[in-house]
Write a protein that binds this ligand. Structure first.
Ligand code: SF4
Length: 303
């Protein structure tokens, strides 16, 4: 859950998910649609699918793997997660390397190489491995991650508070604010999207993303206006922003009518929307719809 997502955002999802799927067996035996519904709103849904595949693998293997290679072989687990779990849970000597640790290493060594390049990453992994305290790898990894997250901050490193300041080349040469170096930032794309909300007898018109879709396969979503040829607009409910990596969307939600539902779209009762996997954008649109409906009800009661 924490891959690409802040801990603060994850906490309520984490508790809800563990309540629903308290162990690997329960998760392995669950329907994928239920797993995705419980993950809905957190984004990057391949993580949920991988987690369930990992649960199946763990159940089939009889127990959680206790070494780096076994953990790394689980679906969705990369070198960072495998090193973190192996060192913290099993005291295996594997150094973690994430953005925070790369920043700390670049500054400690006064290294101006581009941290976006695979070559630098491999070299920094070697440095992290060399620095690792082999007697206490779990504590060392947590300490260096925490140092990056709380003291050696991207802007405004707290060098006066830093426990490793006397070993730090960037501090010695006053280059803290120049490091790390990252070239070739991805270009941000700004996009607009108009979503259509059509309601009928307590149901809304949705489409399901194809099973083979590269993103959010099988998820339900409100159609785009372009999907509805015979569209008659009623109301503009407003707009919200949504960001997926370097794509920044401005999404406008419109209500309206159509004479017949085009092929591929289905009516789904509003009562079941919490229980089906719905894309995050559509969940935000639904919240906008709910808040507008409650405002209308309030105005009707007051008039
Ligand atoms: S001394 Fe400053 S720049 Fe160096 S590791 Fe500590 S916080 Fe980062």
């Amino acid at each position: 859950m924490l891959q690409q997502t802040r801990a603060q955002t994850v906490i309520p999802y984490y508790h809800r998910f563990l309540k629903r799927f308290p162990d690997a067996k329960t998760l392995a035996e669950a329907r994928e649609a239920d797993v995705l519904a419980c993950w809905s709103g957190l984004g990057y849904y391949s993580r949920a699918r991988n987690l369930q595949r990992a649960a199946c693998q763990i159940v089939a293997g009889g127990s959680f793997p206790a070494d780096y290679d076994g953990i790394r072989a689980l679906p969705g687990v990369g070198p960072y997660t495998a090193a973190a779990v192996a060192s913290i849970a099993f005291e295996s000597p594997h150094a973690v390397l994430d953005g925070n640790v790369m920043r700390v290493i670049a500054r400690l060594r006064g290294d101006g190489a581009d941290i976006g390049s695979a070559k630098t990453r491999a070299r920094f992994q070697q440095i992290a491995d060399d620095l690792l305290d082999r007697k206490h790898p779990g504590r060392f990894n947590q300490a260096i991650m925490e140092l990056g997250a709380t003291i050696c901050l991207p802007r405004g490193p707290q060098c006066a508070e830093c426990p490793v300041a006397r070993f730090c080349e960037a501090q010695r040469t006053g280059r803290q604010h120049e490091l790390p170096v990252k070239r070739g930032k991805p270009i941000v794309q700004r996009l607009r999207m108009r979503l259509a909300v059509v309601e009928r007898d307590g149901a809304v018109l949705l489409r399901q993303r194809p099973a083979g879709a590269s993103l959010m396969a099988g998820f339900w979503e409100f159609p785009a206006l372009e999907d509805l040829p015979e569209w008659r607009e009623e109301e503009n409910l407003g707009s919200f922003r949504h960001t997926i990596t370097n794509h920044h969307y401005t999404i406008t939600v419109l209500t309206g009518r159509i004479s017949r539902a085009p092929a591929g779209l289905q009516w789904r009762s509003r009562d079941v929307l919490e229980a089906i996997p719905l894309t995050t954008i559509s969940r935000k649109a639904l919240r906008l719809l709910a808040s507008t409906s409650s405002q209308v009800k309030k105005q009707e009661m007051m008039s």
